[in-house]
Each structure stands twice: as C-alpha cells, then as structure tokens.
Design a protein around this ligand. Structure first.
Ligand code: 5GP
Ligand code: MG
Length: 182
C-alpha cells in the first residue's frame, strides 16, 4: 500500500487505477446507450476536480458529445463550507440542450443543487448527473445521481483529479486520509 504526504497529512492507497478505469468504462457504456437516439448532449465538466475523470470518460463514450467546462468551489481544506461559488461561469448556450453534468465527487450535494438550478435557469431541456465518486451516506438531496461510477464511505479522498488544498491531483490512484497520522 502506497503512502503519500500532502501538506501536513498522510494518505494511503484506496482505489487502484484499474478499478477506477473499469468503473468509468461501465458508465461510459451506459451513457452511450442512453444518449444514442437523443440530440447531441453537452457534457458539462465541473473544474478543477473532474479534469482527469472527464478525459477518461470522453475516451470511453461511443456517441457524439460536446464538452464544456464550469468552475465551482465549495470546499475549504477538508471541509465542505456549504456555500458554492462560481469561479468560471457557464460560457455556452445550453437552451434546449441535453446536459450531462460531469462531477468528480458528490458529497453533501450542495454543488449539484446549485448547478442544476443554474442550468434550469439557462433553459436546459434535460439535465442528468454523472459522477466519478458518490458518498451515499452524506448525500441527502432530491436530485437523482444518474451515473455514479464508484460509491465510497464518508472519508476524505484525494488523487485522480481530487486535491487536498490544491495538492494530489496528479495521482492515477485514489488515496484516503490515513487513520494513522504519525
Ligand atoms: P458537495 O457540494 O457535494 O458537498 O461537494 C462537492 C465538491 O466538494 C466536490 O466537487 C469536490 O470538489 C469537493 N469534495 C467533496 N468530497 C471530497 C473529498 O473526499 N475529497 C476531495 N478532495 N474533495 C471533495
Ligand atoms: Mg467537483
């Protein structure tokens, strides 16, 4: 088991890359099936955390899809602040379009709620949610998470695009906060 140190904290391997890629292939196949006979969807990737997931998901789909990015922030260190800020706005006209949100992780769901509201106001015809990781014990919102690739317990994780105070995004495996911080 690999152990890494980011800032003041130690993390250990939790989900190996092969397992992540296999799960992404699974949702990619499902998305391809579901959208095959629909109007070309817009995949809306939520930066920064989902950059690596988005790249892998795009390679695993077998349909035509447009890609756009939005940047939101709700986390401060390892805690959700409950307040979602828009750092890079929606720069694409999505009126009447089928939108698939591509998230790195759904925790409390605050980000998803804000994002869906924003997309509804912008006139999206249909909104679905795809996420690499879902914390079912933390998520308590009404919005359906249509494509969760991997479900995890309520632990703080890093790697595969996810950071701890901006570090750790480059790792191809996912790491969890070590219960031993010595
Ligand atoms: P939510 O709004 O659902 O509570 O949180 C969504 C955002 O918080 C995610 O897009 C992600 O940026 C961040 N987040 C939630 N849980 C974790 C975690 O375990 N690790 C990291 N690095 N970020 C997280
Ligand atoms: Mg995110």
């Amino acid at each position: 088991m690999a152990r890494i140190k980011l800032h003041d904290k130690y993390f250990v391997t939790s989900i190996p890359n092969e397992e992540i890629e296999r799960a992404i292939c699974g949702v990619g196949r499902q998305i391809s099936e579901d959208y095959r006979d629909k109007d070309c969807p817009v995949f809306l990737s939520v930066l920064n955390g989902s950059f690596m997931f988005t790249a892998s998901l795009m390679k695993s789909i077998e349909i035509q899809a447009e890609l756009s990015f939005i940047k939101l922030s709700s986390y401060d260190g390892t805690e959700s602040t409950g307040c979602v800020r828009q750092l890079l706005g929606l720069n694409k006209n999505i009126k009447g379009r089928n939108v698939l949100i591509v998230e790195d992780i759904v925790d409390t769901g605050n980000t998803i709620v804000e994002l869906v509201k924003l997309l509804q106001e912008a006139g999206a015809a249909d909104i679905k949610v795809c996420t690499l990781l879902l914390k079912p014990d933390s998520y308590d919102k009404e919005i359906k998470i249509d494509y969760p690739a991997i479900k995890i317990p309520n632990d703080f994780i890093v790697g595969y695009g996810l950071d701890y105070d901006e570090l750790g995004r480059q790792y191809k495996d996912i790491y969890v906060l070590d219960s031993n911080q010595d």
